[in-house]
Every structure is written in structure tokens, then in C-alpha cells.
Design a protein around this ligand. Sequence first.
Ligand SMILES: Nc1ncnc2c1ncn2[C@@H]1O[C@H](COP(=O)(O)OP(=O)(O)OP(=O)(O)O)[C@@H](O)[C@H]1O
Length: 233
Amino acid sequence: MEKVETLLRVENLKKDYDGVTVIEDWNLEVKKGEKVALLGPSGCGKTTFLRIIAGLESFHGRVEIFTERIGYVFQDPRLIPWKTVMENLRLIRDDPERIRFFLEKVGLEGVEGHYPWQLSEGMKQRVNFVRAFLVEPDLLLLDEPFDALDLKTKIRVMNLLMEQWEGRNFSIIFVTHDVKEAVFIADRIFFLSGRPSRLVDEVTLNERALSLADERLFEMEKRVIERLLNLPL
Ligand SMILES: Nc1ncnc2c1ncn2[C@@H]1O[C@H](COP(=O)(O)OP(=O)(O)OP(=O)(O)O)[C@@H](O)[C@H]1O
């Protein structure tokens, strides 16, 4: 049988801010190509966890990442205001053809010369996605990335995400408050408690819905919500 490689291993992870513990004793593994979602109350440390994985935060415990190719779709787009979309993206990968390819894929053809202030929040967020795809990541970190998108754009970006994933089989850590999004994207969902947050449960999804309107998705969402409601949080 083919051995599934570990891409990320987290042991006894703990994070304090000014003496206040936010993350308490997290242990988890993410396999190569696996898509995991984190569901938990506001302020429980989900963004902090992604920042730790991206090397942007100090921590206690052990974090092993078996790649350097990490893409990060931040909660806010963080584009450099005095650079155009193309200039922002060329900082990541100086390949205008590839940049145009992804811009077209997210429905942003023709905005290369625009400055960030000329774009709506949803447009900026799509540029944020393009930036992460340009990295050709082995691990993609997604922090509530669909919130600024209207439904049709969200579906378009989700489809692109899945298409990219099928082509390259990278791992995903996806933070969201939306159970339906989590169920649509993830193979495994972790449930977090409030601060200090612990990983209290996880559920593996053995099916995959083909679209956000797929009936199976509603059934899976229901099961996850029921599981969540039964947790002693
Ligand atoms: N740089 C910092 N200094 C001090 N406290 C911080 C810092 N960054 C985050 N925190 C605190 O750590 C906790 C976790 O924050 P984090 O942003 O990781 O939560 P979250 O689960 O992503 O929340 P949300 O779902 O609302 O986005 C919060 O209470 C926050 O105030």
C-alpha cells in the first residue's frame, strides 16, 4: 500500500499573548494532499495558528512542516497600495503570463494596471487568491477567504481552488465559520473550544459534494452541525 506522507506535524502546541494562553496543547497531523478545516469560536486562535504555520509567530511546542512552499490567503488582502495589481503579483512571481491566466480564472481580466484602491473588497480578495496560487504551494493556508465574495464569485473561486487542488494535490488548512464551506472543501474538520482553545473533536468526511447546491452537502452539513452541538464547548 502506498504510504501517505505527512506534510505538517504539530505537537503540544501552545501560544500565549502577554501571559494569556490562546492555544493550549494542540496535536495534529496533516497529510500531503489533505484538506482540513478549523471550526471554532471567534478569538480562539485560528488565525494565530495559521500565522504560526507561516512562520510569523513565536510559539511553544513542536511544529514540523515538510515543505517551504506555503501559500497564504490572509483574511484581509494586504496589497501594497502604491503598486498596481500586476506589480503586486510580480513580487511573488515574475511571470505576467501566469498572472494573467489566474486573474482571468478568478474573473479579473483587465485589472492588471489598477491600484488596490480602485478595486472592491471582493476583487482585492480574488487578487489575494491569485497571489497564493502563484506560489504553487504544497500547503495553502486559507483564513476565511470567501467572506468578501458574492455567491457566484465564491463558487467560481471555490471551483478554481478545487481544480488547482486536483491538478497539484497540495494540502489545505482552511479557517472558516461557515459549516457548509468547511464541508464542501475539507476532508477532515477540527472543532476548537473557546480560549484557551483545544482541539476537542474531529470529523472525517468520506463523501464529496460536487457543488454548493448538491443535496449531499446539506446532509453532511447537518451531521457536522449536530456533532458540533453535542460537544461540551
Ligand atoms: N498580536 C497579538 N497580541 C495580543 N493578543 C493577540 C494578538 N493577536 C491575536 N491576539 C489575541 O489572540 C486571540 C486569538 O486571535 P485570533 O485572531 O487567532 O482568533 P481567531 O480564532 O482567528 O478569531 P476570528 O474567528 O474572530 O477571526 C484573540 O483573543 C486575540 O485578541
